[in-house]
Design a protein around this ligand. Structure first.
Ligand SMILES: NC(=O)c1ccc[n+]([C@@H]2O[C@H](COP(=O)([O-])OP(=O)(O)OC[C@H]3O[C@@H](n4cnc5c(N)ncnc54)[C@H](O)[C@@H]3O)[C@@H](O)[C@H]2O)c1
Length: 335
């Protein structure tokens, strides 16, 4: 069974990917410092998979910890999720974001080089496209100046990976540009666990429905979109997890140095108001929401062209927006 190091494996996307790796006969080895997750996720993973989960608590930029993991386990590849991701906070504390997001990747690359680990899947983001001029965005769509230090950290990470691959024989890397991950494991045992006030729409929706937040504000309903609210490409986290497994399998087929990027989205844009409507329909819960002013810096509309990932990796999403809302609500109710 091939062992894959997953940094940030106790987090939202990492934990779901751990499940999908086990379902595909990989063994995930997690490193997480629990800066944005809880240790209890590991028990939940064991309940879902009926398997013992190996996790090292600590900073994935700590080279001695990485070396210890490599001593204990023969690693076939790495999925690097660990990063800070709050866009708003990154504008206030840019160095915190650059330190964690850039330094951790540099340490991971050096670690791979020294231990002759060839394969890496990196968590990038559609934020690298900014507000694109043409929709949907393909991987060839030019990246724009980042709107935030967080977005810039993803761009710089992508650039560092390109240079690393060029410099080192045998290194194979895929950057996955995630669109908007939503939903939770259908068991309701793991899901997105925001610390404090959520930054993302769907945890805000479910927390408002649960009465934790008084009301949800929709930022603008006068944009040039079907109902005036912003458009995003909402991708179920289990589909996103599956894309990592497909990416690893694809890297394994490559002989030499390899770098590529793939969009991971559904290929369909949904508005914020459609998300609210779908949530209400699926759950029969009425949401207390209001229309507020536009939020500065918001991308108005973006969704993915998914032809490349469909054709090259053979990956297709299986879950709908309604599935995502059902699973997110189940997870929230469990909390
Ligand atoms: N969720 C999204 O909307 C989204 C969209 C695009 C890209 N991404 C990227 O996907 C990745 C995973 O995102 P997520 O939503 O699962 O976030 P998350 O915060 O839930 O998970 C990240 C995990 O990494 C851990 N971590 C952070 N820094 C660490 C470090 N230095 N050492 C060890 N552990 C560390 C945190 O404790 C957390 O468990 C991130 O790189 C993020 O930027 C997320």
């Amino acid at each position: 069974m091939k062992k894959i190091l997953i940094t940030g494996g106790a987090g939202y996307i990492g934990s779901h990917t751990a499940v999908e790796l086990i379902n595909s006969d990989f063994e995930p080895i997690i490193i997480d410092d629990f800066s944005n997750s809880q240790e209890s996720v590991l028990d939940r993973l064991e309940e879902i998979t009926s398997r013992k989960i190996t996790c090292y608590q600590g900073d994935c930029a700590d080279r001695s910890l990485l070396d210890q993991v490599a001593k204990d386990h023969q690693l076939s590849g790495v999925i690097h999720f660990a990063a800070f991701k709050a866009v708003g906070e990154s504008t206030e504390l840019p160095l915190k974001y650059y330190r964690n997001n850039l330094v951790s990747l540099i340490e991971i690359m050096e670690f791979m080089r020294d231990h002759k680990i060839q394969d890496l899947v990196f968590s990038s983001s559609c934020t690298v496209y900014g507000q694109p001029d043409i929709l949907p965005v393909t991987e060839a769509t030019p990246r724009k100046d980042a709107e935030s230090p967080y977005g810039n950290s993803k761009k710089v990470c992508e650039d560092m990976l390109v240079d690393f691959v060029k410099s080192k024989p045998g290194i194979r890397v895929i950057s996955l540009r995630y669109f908007n991950p939503v939903g939770a494991h259908p068991s309701g045992k793991i899901g997105e666990l925001p610390q404090g006030k959520p930054n993302n729409l769907v945890p805000f929706v479910t927390q408002t429905a649960a009465g934790i937040r008084e009301k949800l504000t929709v930022f603008g309903d006068d944009y040039d979109t079907p109902d005036g609210s912003c458009v995003r490409d909402f991708i179920h986290v289990m589909d996103l997890a599956d894309a990592h497994v497909k990416a690893l399998a694809y890297l394994d087929e490559k002989q030499n140095n390899f770098y590529d990027v793939f969009n991971v989205g559904t290929g369909k844009g949904d508005t914020v108001l459609q998300v609210i409507k779908t949530f209400e329909e699926v759950t029969n819960v009425k949401l207390n929401y209001e229309i507020g002013p536009r939020r500065p810096g918001d991308v108005v509309k973006i969704w993915a062209d998914t032809k490349k990932i469909n054709e090259v990796l053979g990956w297709y999403p299986k879950y709908s927006l309604a599935d995502s809302m059902r699973d997110s609500w189940n997870w929230q109710k469990g909390l």
